[in-house]
Design a protein around this ligand. Structure first.
Ligand SMILES: *Cc1c(COP(=O)(O)O)cnc(C)c1O
Length: 427
């Protein structure tokens, strides 16, 4: 039996298996690919499992900082041991209650997405008798320097339109309770190759330098975003960026010559690169059916288990690998099929992939979806149709160190504020 068949038998399917050694390796590779003084933010949303976060937070000296966007992520980051002072709080809809709690917990940095967002942060900080360090998220939206140097971007709930900065900056600098310490960019996700990643960073750095030069945007800290790639639900290796460090240093010498003195600090951020290749999803074939000339392979994992981004209407380029010798022998015979890979939910939307090349699968076969460590359970429609969340097993040094599942349950909600009868009339 392979390790996966053994784990599937022990814990049932659908089952996520994460290898924590791979998380540690990805973290080290990415830190090594960045110039020495760079910070690296780990985007908690990619995989908020507490043990995964603990690995990202561990280590002395150079390690990850947490990038969060909710109080749930804040609690997870703190529990994992991230230093609150190093946490970056992002998102276009930070509420007053969230800001108060984040400030109370000692969160050190806020990315603000609009002038009003900055005012909300300021009001919460003033109410707590403190000041919050803020980065202005910039919507420069030049999609990629390789294809375009457009400076006008698409409308977005994220970031302040770069072209309005000259006009709004004087007001932003005066918002009580806030210190504008820098800028935050996130123009790109999952870059196709190292050259386009470098090109995007060069572009971002020159935009930042220009905004500082032309508008006096205060820059003590510049988060130039991410775009670090990882295979997602298909076989393949996470890239190792061999040239990035040197090319970034060259770009910094051109755009921010003072960077070597440390008077301006830089950061990058990543979700999928850090956790993507650590995970595999094990799923069993529940049924195989034909309909009007098409084959449907029905799995016990659907968009409730591996929604990925299918909530956005995107199908994964999913590929499955068979487990077990008997099945491997069948594949060696060369029999295979192209089928729709669907989940067990009662919705036609429960499709993981169409025309997926599969071995000749049978009911009961165990399949693996590789590189499923990012945007797994918590990016899925976990509660839809009332199935249990998948178990998540963590392996370190080849041994199982944790096996849990997320459980959802209904709880009483305490009323908040005054208790006027609903509708204002007598109850
Ligand atoms: C989601 C997100 C990330 C992580 O993106 P990946 O493509 O997983 O690396 C980083 N930064 C911000 C601002 C994000 O919203």
């Amino acid at each position: 039996m392979t390790r996966y068949t053994e784990l599937a038998e022990r814990y049932g399917t659908p089952l996520y298996v994460y290898d924590l050694d791979r998380v540690a390796a990805a973290r080290q590779d990415l830190l090594d690919a960045l110039p020495e003084p760079f910070s690296l933010f780990s985007a908690v949303k990619a995989n908020p499992h507490p043990e995964v976060l603990r690995v990202l937070a561990e280590g002395d000296g150079r390690t990850c900082r947490a990038e969060i966007s909710s109080l749930g992520e804040l609690a997870a980051a703190l529990e994992a041991g991230f230093d609150p002072a190093g946490i970056l709080y992002t998102g276009p809809g930070k509420t007053d209650g969230e800001l108060h709690e984040a400030l109370a917990a000692g969160v050190g940095l806020f990315s603000v997405e609009s002038p009003t967002d900055l005012e909300h942060v300021g009001a919460a900080a003033v109410a707590r008798g403190t000041e919050a360090d803020c980065l202005l998220r910039i919507n420069s939206a030049s999609a990629s320097a390789a294809t375009s140097i457009r400076m006008t971007g698409r409308p977005s709930q994220f970031g302040i339109d770069a072209e309005t900065l000259g006009e709004v900056l004087p007001r932003l600098r005066a918002v009580a309770g806030t210190r504008l310490v820098g800028a935050h960019f996130f123009p790109l996700s999952n870059a196709s190759d190292e050259d386009s990643l470098v090109e995007e960073f060069r572009n971002t750095l020159s935009v930042a330098a220009r905004l500082e030069r032309e508008h006096g945007l205060p820059l003590r800290f510049v988060d130039i975003g991410g775009g670090f790639a990882a295979p997602y639900a298909v076989p393949g290796e996470r890239p190792v960026y061999e040239k990035l460090r040197e090319r970034l240093e060259e770009a910094l010498d051109e755009t921010f010559p003072r960077w070597r003195e440390g008077s301006v600090r830089f950061a990058c951020e990543s979700g999928r690169y850090l956790v993507g290749d650590s995970g595999s999803l094990l799923t069993r074939v529940v049924n195989v059916k034909e309909s009007r000339g098409r084959t449907f392979v029905i799995l016990d994992a659907g968009i409730n288990t591996f929604g990925g981004m299918s909530g956005l209407g995107r199908l994964l380029p999913v590929a499955v690998q068979p487990e077990g010798p008997e099945q491997a022998a069948r594949i060696a015979d060369g029999t295979g099929l192209s089928a729709s890979l669907v989940g067990p939910l009662c919705t036609p939307g429960d499709v993981l992939g169409r025309q997926v090349d599969l071995p000749d699968v049978r009911v009961g076969d165990l399949l693996t979806i590789p590189n499923a460590g990012a945007y797994g359970p918590t990016a899925s429609l976990l509660m839809f149709l009332g199935r249990p969340a998948p178990a998540e097993v963590l392996v370190r040094g080849g041994a199982v160190v944790s096996a849990t599942r997320i459980e959802h349950r209904r709880v009483e909600v305490a009323p908040s504020g005054d208790r006027q009868p609903v509708g204002g009339g007598p109850a």
